[in-house]
Design a protein around this ligand. Structure first.
Ligand code: SF4
Ligand code: SF4
Length: 384
């Protein structure tokens, strides 16, 4: 880039890709104060915004790829700069030019895996429903109450398959008529969109929408807040409006309607971690807590940062696929907060959070460990 015209062109491209709100920034720096990166290393969203406004973004730099889209900065910004959306606009440009610095390099293989098999792991599409074998789970048909969409992590990851199984067991116990789409299900596309790959996101969304419509789907139950966010807030861009419910909400509904009876005690102190895409992005704070408080014997304690101030696990914005060096992992800090409460169990409701917390557990001292559970794993234990 040599002259002012070139910079203006870049600024215009970023604006066209969704970064128009950058222009409202008046550089107050409040975003940098709340950003979790500044607990582990220096990172300035304020600087990224400044550079993008003048077309001076360095798309080859790691910084473009650090944001986890946790949403803390958007909540505090006095000028509605929409840092998350605008930051993705810069990634869209990088993706279009095929520029991935070492931090973001894994995105290349993730894209190929999702394109080929519909999941980021590159696992065979035909094995997508293997987790459900022997559980009496059927393929979804239009006369069923609800489609259960477990998503990629619960379908393939050995730790998270346990969450899909717990969910199916709970639904069966409550007598819910539900089905799955198995190999016909594709990745929801939420996280690949946040890496700037709009083309692949749109392809996945269209495929999923066609499958949902062909099968007569009206109501979708999800386990991941990322699937929830995209089905509820992003798929309507394609002129479709499915009813979307997250399992934390659905558990609350099943219990309140008397369809699910809690018959056992759970005599442990627990703390609940609000996933960014369930809490800050979608305002679901009460339902998971209400469900947990229905369990007798269970003591719920809050961490230092909870609800609107929840501390990101580090997995959003496609960061789940990128390497984060030890010493810079948000999940390590979050586990410290959980352990400080004296809780025996850290409960959450998001596959990325569980994956990151389990990973962080591997490097903790035995005296500072804590069990990591999805909310369904607790409920499964107290209903049978
Ligand atoms: S909080 Fe908003 S206005 Fe302030 S520096 Fe950050 S983006 Fe700019
Ligand atoms: S969304 Fe979160 S990680 Fe990204 S810049 Fe804002 S506060 Fe930092």
């Amino acid at each position: 880039m040599e002259n002012i015209t070139d910079y203006k062109e870049i600024a215009d491209i970023i604006k066209d890709k969704g970064g128009d709100n950058f222009k409202f920034c008046y550089q107050c720096g409040k975003c940098d104060v709340v950003c979790p990166w500044n607990e582990v290393r220096h990172f300035s969203m304020r600087k990224l915004v400044r550079e993008a406004t003048f077309g001076m973004s360095q798309i080859e730099a790691d910084d473009v790829w650090l944001c986890t889209t946790c949403g803390k900065c958007s909540k505090i910004c006095p000028r509605d700069v929409k840092q998350v959306e605008s930051g993705i606009a810069v990634r869209r440009m990088a993706t279009e030019y095929g520029v991935y610095p070492p931090t973001a390099n894994p995105i290349r293989s993730i894209r190929s895996n999702i394109s080929a098999e519909g999941n980021p792991f590159g696992e065979e599409r035909n094995k997508r429903a293997d987790w459900a074998k022997g559980l009496g789970v059927n393929e979804f048909t239009g006369n069923m109450e609800i489609l259960y969409y477990p998503g990629c992590y619960l379908s393939y990851d050995p730790r998270l398959k346990k969450v899909a199984i717990a969910t199916a067991n709970i639904l069966n116990k409550a007598g819910v008529k539900f089905g799955i789409l198995g190999p016909k299900e594709n990745c929801c596309g939420e996280s690949i969109r946040k890496t700037g790959d709009e083309e692949l996101f749109r392809h996945l969304a269209k495929e999923n929408i066609k499958t949902f419509v062909d099968h007569g789907v009206k109501k979708i139950l999800v386990s991941s807040p990322h699937c929830y966010h995209t089905f509820k807030n992003e798929y309507p861009e394609f002129m479709v409006h499915f009813e979307v419910v997250h399992i934390a909400q659905y558990l609350s509904e099943l219990i309140n309607k008397g369809r699910l009876e809690i018959s056992r005690e759970y005599g442990k102190r627990i703390t609940y971690h609000d996933p960014c895409y369930l809490g800050r992005h979608n305002g679901i704070y009460d339902e998971p807590r209400n469900v947990l408080q229905k369990v007798s014997g269970l003591e719920l304690v809050e961490m230092a940062d909870s609800k609107e101030d929840s501390f990101c696990c580090g997995g959003g914005g496609g960061r789940i696929w990128m390497d984060t060096p030890k010493g810079e992992r948000f999940s390590d800090l979050r586990l410290d907060q959980a352990v400080e409460t004296g809780a025996e169990v850290l409960v959450t409701s998001c596959p990325y959070c569980i994956a990151n917390f389990e990973d962080s557990m591997l490097s903790r001292k035995e005296s500072e460990t804590i069990e990591i559970k999805d909310i369904t794993e607790i409920i499964q234990e107290v209903i049978s």
